[in-house]
Design a protein around this ligand. Structure first.
Ligand SMILES: [Zn+2]
Length: 404
């Protein structure tokens, strides 16, 4: 297959059932990412369906959800402690999905969950409210205690070098839960969505647990691991941070991890996941609230709204892969049966390209960069096969509304 920037397929195709294109990277080990790395891509099947839609058919036709719930009951019986100690760890941020998982494990399956949360880079007002709504169901929570200046520098480097300002958060969050589970002697960690929901790791759709190489590494070597596209040893040297500071972001050495026998499961393996239903569940069972106005770059009012950096994350994703926030919302709503594909396409046309102006000054202030630097990163990150400049305006060469 012919590939262009980031190793993207040059032939842009759209899924026959949703709004997703084939320009989508698979889940990567973020801490190995540098500027030269070619990404792996999610491939469409012979019917022209993206992985998310392929899995949607499996979910609706092939899985016996009663059997899956029995498996969940067995899993809970295996780990339930009944002695007052925590028996399951639920990572999250107080979004609709983490509210559902924690609430059901506690109330329906009589587990004793501990919550953990990696703090947002720049929390929003609605994010604060919903985090409180999650805890107020009646839980204890562990927060990370990160060196904030290091996090700021890593966010800046990730934006400047990789056009990926969300990377430090993604890495930190991913490696946080295993560390808390170890520290608190909790043998079961329950995540929300299986990667197959997004069409990644599709070959593991019938596996309840996460591939542990997502947060383990054979040997922690400061020469071969990167953050923000920079070698760890460079970061320590140049910015004068310590190993203790940077440890929060690092994976666990495989041998250390294996000695702990912690299991990492996906709730959506056991319970049929419908992100629209999860929203109503959260509304009905906690004080979770949506935004009053629609989210910039999209049309919905209830997804990924706790962190200002999330807005920039979706925008940089749009620049690099040609798909933004309205694509992300609409592909899920199409699979959930809330809207049809044509409605999805008009929403993408209308909102995907919208610039996140609401928090633009916050991004610049936080990363301590100026507008010129910001625009340079954005424009050099656009793949030639996706973008063309007409006059002063950048346009997608093959948007979904112009494709068959
Ligand atoms: Zn699809």
């Amino acid at each position: 297959m012919e590939t262009g920037k980031y190793g993207l397929p040059l032939d842009v195709k759209y899924c026959k059932e949703c709004t997703r294109s084939n320009q989508r990277p698979a889940v990567t080990q973020e801490f190995l990412q540098n500027q030269n790395q070619k990404k792996k891509f999610v491939i469409f099947d012979e019917k022209g369906l993206c992985g998310g839609c392929t899995y949607n058919h499996i979910k609706n036709n092939k899985i016996n959800w009663n059997d899956r719930e029995k498996e969940l009951l067995d899993l809970c019986d295996k780990f339930r402690k009944n002695n007052g100690e925590f028996d399951v760890l639920v990572p999250g941020s107080g979004g609709k999905d983490s509210i559902l998982v924690a609430h059901q494990l506690k109330n329906k399956y009589k587990m004793n969950p501990l919550l953990c949360s990696w703090s947002p880079t720049m929390i929003t007002e609605i994010g604060k409210k919903n985090l409180k709504a999650w805890i107020d169901i009646g839980f204890k929570i562990e927060f990370n205690k990160v060196n904030k200046e290091l996090h700021r520098i890593l966010t800046k480097l990730s934006f400047l070098n990789l056009c990926h300002p969300f990377q430090p958060f993604i890495i930190g969050q991913k490696n946080f839960a295993p560390k808390i589970a170890q520290k608190k002697n909790i043998q079961l960690v329950m995540f929300g969505e299986h990667d197959a929901e997004f069409g990644s790791d599709l070959e593991r759709w019938d596996k309840p647990s996460m591939n542990i190489n997502r947060f383990t590494h054979d040997k922690i070597d400061y020469n071969d691991l990167f953050l923000g596209g920079v070698q760890l040893k460079e970061i320590l040297k140049k910015y004068n941070f310590t190993i203790e500071d940077i440890d929060d972001y690092l994976p666990i050495e495989t041998e250390v991890f294996n000695s702990n026998k912690i299991e990492f499961h996906y709730y959506s393996y056991y319970k049929k996941w419908n992100f629209h239903d999860n929203y109503y569940y959260a509304i009905n069972n906690s004080k979770f609230t949506p935004q009053k106005e629609r989210i910039q770059g999209s049309y919905d009012k209830y997804s990924s709204m706790d962190d200002k950096i999330d807005y920039l994350h979706f925008y940089t994703y749009y620049i690099k892969f040609g798909m933004g926030r309205a694509t992300a919302a609409s592909e899920q709503e199409i699979r959930a049966g809330v809207i049809n594909r044509d409605e999805g396409i008009s929403l993408v046309k209308r909102f995907d390209s919208e610039f996140p102006s609401k928090y633009y000054n916050d991004f610049l202030d936080y990363m301590q960069i100026n507008e010129k630097e910001f625009n340079e990163v954005i424009d050099r990150s656009r793949p030639d096969h996706l973008w063309e400049k007409i006059g002063n305006e950048w346009r997608l060469k093959k948007p979904i509304w112009e494709s068959d």
